[in-house]
Design a protein around this ligand. Structure first.
Ligand code: GLA
Length: 747
């Protein structure tokens, strides 16, 4: 390689970065090492590598982020990426910075937009110092004395999983307030091999739908200003090459750990470079930084793998479990839920609920969750929200009788709240009509007959804390289902945008309650899965994946959710025979199987189910309990399957056993189905394969693989390589059948 030419080009690059010379004049390893120690910081861990160019005075820059490149030196990557003047372009190559702020002059979208009444917007941050705390942690201090702005980039790699976390703090060091309109957690270079994006979209009752976006020019932008994580704009993205699949190929995932408004964008510039930004979408003037004040972005998570999408998901799952989720309940089995919503809706009667509690315990429930309808004047969805006291007209003696019965039946008691909301028809609203978020001069349109309370007001926060806390103490409540059933489209408080402060206030309210009641578990729900993200999961223990219990659709929703969330946190419930959302009917065998892989529960009127179906449900719950340690602690493998079938499984971390499910959702195009290929097995071992659900021979014709491999009996032993590469023939079954295989390693 001609290093002299390279040097000349680097000098040119560097001049735009403050006339700092990279000095790559010779090929000597010693010199490269010297350069590395002065100019670059490499963060490494868990198979991830991030290279930061950080010499004092230059624009900070990430020259590489992705899977580890063993033996690669930072200087050589910088040299390898030497670019040049593009005809018709800037006189020198402009490569941007960690925020691509406007002062860098790059033509793509800025990652930092801030100003003082229309001035000081050409921010141009330069490295001042670095705190390099160990091989996987870096705090980078940057400043622009011209505009009076400081930035602190907080970067770290989780060395267990390789998940990279980035956030940025912006401090106003000028002499007048700074209006901050946008700040990405980081502007991350986007690998040029990525030709495909997987976006996560959807709607109420159809969350986590995967949208494949092929290569594009310009920008891919998702903006969420619903005031919650949202159903349609989940702040997460996967990227892969043309050929990346679940179990092979270069893949990456990105997620903003935040439950408020957000923006995700990937932009490809004319010069072929691409960058990803993720941050909080701010209302105008929402962040007005007084002199000396600091704004901190939410954290962005990123991780990469050479082994496909499913491998990236496993890293994210482990990161969430090891680094973010509260550990106090980790050793306790996740209790099977019975939730009252679809059984009774608002029609509460103590006698009926006592009967449901008996029936729930009979089929194996371990936690009974009393959903909406128990408080204030909440006999329908038009009244009562905000009045957090037990309705005397429905429960004259309070909830004591019900709670006592639930506890006698060895179930924990859980209760539904929607703390951030108020119905205009409520005592709370009548007393405090000024307690809601609103934009001055504009009518706040109710969603589901409700407004959003302004939790940034101390009196509102205190009201909610004291009422919820008192009920938790009085009834020894083990669990709260924390709902949030509307978009907050006018998040104004005192005339200013307030969603940033509101989101932090919600986090604090949950955190304070958990501190006061250390054993309390909390579920995040927002009209189903509208508030599921790594921000809220720092404070909660699971989320409600969807209001849609349609067993067929549930497989697609749960598959989408699994790209970011492990099975221990995804609430999966068995719904009624006729789904209340889609009107489709399904057998209990299929309904129950769709809920086994997750934090299992049920949400149906057990009195309406036949005794046979209740017995099948009890069998499924027993099966879940038998295997739930594996389901919640194992590693998840999604399989590459055709559209009409979803295949996934969990493999024990020591590879001693595995559970796989094959859900047949439609007819296959051929008269007979194909083979099913397992994944994640110990390739040196043999495994005994048995079919443990639905527990009878469901093959349409016989004999079949069911008899040949004695799948309902002792099963047969096969080599892991045959099971993985060749696969096992599927029996011919009707659509809406879910088969569950148990594999045990032979010693
Ligand atoms: C939301 C939730 C449901 C249920 C209702 C109660 O829609 O997602 O599970 O709790 O509210 O109103």
């Amino acid at each position: 390689m001609n290093y002299r030419i390279a040097k000349a080009q680097l000098v040119q690059n560097s001049m735009t970065d403050g006339a700092h010379l990279h000095g790559l004049a010779s090929t000597s390893k010693a010199e490269l090492a010297e350069i590395n120690s002065h100019e670059f910081i490499i963060l490494r861990g868990g198979g991830t590598m991030v290279v930061c160019e950080v010499a004092a005075g230059i624009r900070p820059f990430i020259s590489y982020c992705g899977t580890d490149l063993p033996g690669a030196a930072a200087g050589e990557l910088s040299l390898l990426s030497t670019r040049q003047h593009a005809p018709g372009g800037a006189a020198v190559h402009l490569r941007g910075s960690m925020l691509n702020e406007l002062g860098t002059g790059i033509s793509g979208p800025a990652g930092l937009v801030a100003h003082r009444e229309g001035r000081n917007w050409a921010i141009d941050l330069r490295v001042v110092t670095t705190d390099h705390n160990g091989p996987a942690r870096l705090t980078l201090h940057c400043a622009d004395t011209n505009t009076g702005v400081k930035a602190r980039h907080l970067l770290s790699i989780d060395t267990e999983t390789g998940v990279f976390t980035a956030s940025t703090e912006i401090t106003n060091t000028g002499d007048a307030p700074l209006t901050l309109d946008w700040c990405t957690a980081l502007s991350l270079p986007f690998d040029d091999r990525f030709a495909k994006l997987l976006g996560f979209s959807g709607r109420w009752a159809s969350e986590f739908q995967i949208e494949e976006i092929d290569n594009f020019t310009g920008g891919y932008v998702r903006e969420n200003k619903t005031g919650r994580t949202s159903h349609d704009c989940f702040p997460g993205l996967y990227a892969g090459t043309e050929t990346t699949s679940e179990n092979s190929g270069y893949a990456a995932a990105f997620h903003l750990a935040w439950s408020g408004n957000s923006r995700t964008r990937v932009d490809r510039a004319q010069d072929g470079s691409a960058a990803l930004q993720m941050g909080e979408l701010l209302f105008p003037g929402e962040i007005d930084l007084e002199v000396g004040k600091t704004y901190r972005t939410p954290e962005m998570k990123a991780c990469w793998s050479k082994d496909g999408y499913s491998a990236v998901s496993r890293k994210l799952h482990d990161h969430l479990q090891n680094a973010l989720l509260d550990k106090r309940i980790f050793d306790q089995p996740r209790p099977v839920h019975y939730n009252t919503w679809e059984a009774v809706y608002f029609d509460h009667s103590e006698a009926r609920l006592l009967d449901l509690a008996d029936k729930a315990a009979e089929v194996g429930a371990e936690r009974f969750v009393l959903d909406d309808g128990w408080f204030g004047g909440r006999r329908h969805d038009k009244a009562g929200l905000g009045d957090w006291w037990v309705s005397k007209d429905v429960y004259p003696e309070g909830l004591h009788t019900l709670v006592a019965r639930v506890n006698e039946l060895n179930m924990q008691f859980g209760l539904w709240f929607e703390p951030e909301m108020v119905n205009p028809d409520s005592d709370l609203y009548r007393a405090h009509p000024d307690w809601v978020l609103e934009a001055q001069g504009v009518e706040t349109i109710p969603f589901r007959n409700q407004y959003t309370l302004d939790l940034t007001k101390t009196e509102v926060f205190d009201y909610l804390f004291s009422h919820i806390s008192a009920l938790v103490s009085e009834y020894d409540i083990a669990y709260i289902k924390w709902d949030m059933n509307r978009d907050t489209n006018y998040p104004g408080s005192g005339g200013r945008g307030a969603m940033h402060r509101q989101t932090h206030a919600v986090y604090k309210l949950i955190a304070d309650l958990r501190e006061r009641h250390p054993d309390l578990e909390i579920e995040s729900c927002a009209s189903g899965g509208g508030r599921a993200d790594y921000g809220v999961l720092r404070h909660t223990d699971r989320f409600w994946t969807s209001d849609n219990n349609d067993a067929r659709h549930r497989h697609t929703i749960q598959k989408g959710a699994s790209y970011f969330f492990p099975l221990r946190v995804t609430g999966s419930h068995v719904g009624p025979h006729k789904c209340h959302i889609t009107g489709r009917t399904f057998s209990m065998e299929f309904r129950a199987a769709s809920a086994i892989f997750g934090h299992m529960g049920m949400e149906l009127d057990l009195a309406e189910e036949t005794p046979e179906d209740r017995a099948t449900l009890a069998r499924a719950i027993a099966l879940h309990k038998k295997h739930r340690k594996l389901i919640h602690d194992g590693e998840l493998y999604r399989l590459d399957t055709p559209d009409y079938r979803i295949g996934m499984g969990v493999v024990a971390r020591d590879k001693s056993e595995a559970l796989f499910s094959s859900a047949q959702l439609d007819l296959h195009p051929t008269t007979l189905p194909g083979r099913f290929r397992f994944d994640g097995l110990d390739q040196t071992a043999n495994y005994r394969v048995q079919l443990i659900w639905p527990g009878r021979n469901i093959s349409i014709s016989s004999p079949s693989i069911m008899e040949a491999a004695d799948l309902l009996g002792d099963g047969k032993v096969f080599s892991a390589s045959a099971l993985t590469e060749y696969g096992i023939q599927l029996p011919l079954v009707m659509p809406d059948t879910c088969l569950i295989y148990h594999l045990v390693k032979e010693s």
